[in-house]
Design a protein around this ligand. Structure first.
Ligand SMILES: Nc1ncnc2c1ncn2[C@@H]1O[C@H](COP(=O)(O)OP(=O)(O)OP(=O)(O)O)[C@@H](O)[C@H]1O
Ligand SMILES: [Mg+2]
Length: 245
């Protein structure tokens, strides 16, 4: 079995953006029929290539708009890259957008099963890890409350607890830990390290250079959609720090 669990090969992502101001759907449709809408291409990712090995904690650094979330979405399969290829060897649990895979009208209990189903787990499998999820999230008193009443930190706790309890081969975390309180962030960091020791690979986006430095061993820096540097995390964080602060 190959040791490479995420293989990103020459991935580019182009978004089409309308360049003129359009007032409402009617005007949009009329202009579209008349072929009067001009689009500009925007390349959010340009020829990105890197590999993540089994049991590696891989950090993605970059300023706002650099393309980090777009990259994570292409790896998670939420977005199809315009060109290039991504090979994934294992079960993945993506934590990309707060509340993704949840139904706000349902309770946390119901959402645990819903989210589990989305990740490919049966009710029976989820029964086995249900208590672990409730315990880790520390939401036992709120477990039968519709999650539309949850705070963003509570959403993050629930999402993180589900994603980690399913013991994925690949965990993808985009910034989500930052809405948790200090205590919960520490708990999540310990959990991530623990999973990595057991062979999980993690792709982590964080604006906290310290968090990336402490947790990750390797990583990349994105700048305006391009990969400008990759390698050892110490070197990468030093470079990032000196370049952008
Ligand atoms: N669906 C979309 N349509 C058009 N443009 C998009 C779309 N999604 C992202 N973009 C653009 O792609 C660029 C990269 O966005 P992305 O969300 O990946 O940045 P990011 O590095 O995650 O930033 P942040 O640190 O703020 O989370 C931005 O300029 C954004 O406007
Ligand atoms: Mg982002």
């Amino acid at each position: 079995m190959s040791n490479i669990i995420i293989d990103v090969q020459d991935v580019s992502m182009c978004f089409n953006m309308t360049t003129e101001k359009i007032n409402g759907l009617k005007e949009f449709l009329i202009k579209r029929i008349k072929n009067q809408i001009s689009y500009t291409e925007f390349w959010a990712l340009k020829d990105i290539s890197f590999q993540v090995k089994r049991g590696e904690l891989f950090g993605v650094l970059g300023l706002n708009g650099a393309g980090k979330s777009t990259l994570l979405k292409t790896v998670a399969g939420v977005l199809k890259p315009t060109s290039g290829k991504i090979d994934i060897a294992g079960r993945m649990a993506p934590l990309i957008e707060l509340g993704a895979g949840f139904d706000a009208e349902l309770t946390a209990r119901e959402n645990i099963y819903l989210n589990g189903a989305i990740l490919g787990y049966s009710k029976k499998e989820m029964n086995l890890i249900f208590q672990e999820i409730v315990d880790f999230s520390e939401l036992v008193e709120f477990i039968d409350v519709p999650i539309k009443n949850y705070s963003s930190g509570m959403y993050a706790r629930l999402g993180f607890a589900i994603a980690t309890a399913t013991r994925p081969d690949i965990l993808i975390v985009d910034e989500i830990l930052s809405v948790g309180d200090f205590k919960f962030q520490q708990k999540c960091e310990l959990k991530i390290s623990d999973m990595v020791r057991q062979g999980t690979s993690v792709l982590l986006v964080s604006h906290s250079i310290d968090q990336i430095r402490n947790l990750c061993s390797k990583g990349i820096i994105l700048e305006k959609g391009s990969l400008i540097k990759q390698g050892n995390i110490e070197e990468l964080c030093d470079y990032y720090y000196s370049k952008y602060t």
